[in-house]
Design a protein around this ligand. Sequence first.
Ligand code: CA2
Length: 149
Amino acid sequence: MTRKILLLHGPNLNLLGTRQPETYGSLTLDDINAAAGRHLDRYDVSLRTAQSNHEGELVDLLHDAREWADGIVFNPGAYTHTSVALRDAITAIETPVIEVHISNIHERETFRHKSLLAGVCLGQIAGFGWQGYLLALDAFLRRWELLRD
Ligand code: CA2
């Protein structure tokens, strides 16, 4: 049975690789999506990717993923700190979500320390740069016993 993952990116992450490399690295979103795809190459896991700058569209993408995805890796961007709507969507769909942040939100401004979403996610990965996405994929691979070491 092929497992399916949605890699979902929130607001402003379409700008990755264009500015603030000291905070967010120098890879573009396409680079990260491609690296995630390569990471899953040897597993029976398919990957879809999506990005939106709009809260309601992210809600729609989460609802849609409920129909087909076995797991969601989600960087909600700034909506992490503000969005009850995304929290409710994650709660409603029941599909496990892993929250990922490129930067360590806990060592940044106080307003970034709080995630409204982490409490309804399987877990949160923050501060490991773009490789945090691969750590999240590994967490799903382990959960599905496709990765054991
Ligand atoms: O560290 C992360 O991944 C964040 O989710 C990134 C969000 C920020 O609001 C969160 O607190 C932490 C911001 C993404 C902005 O991305 C940019 C990328 C390049 C240039 C400008 C912004």
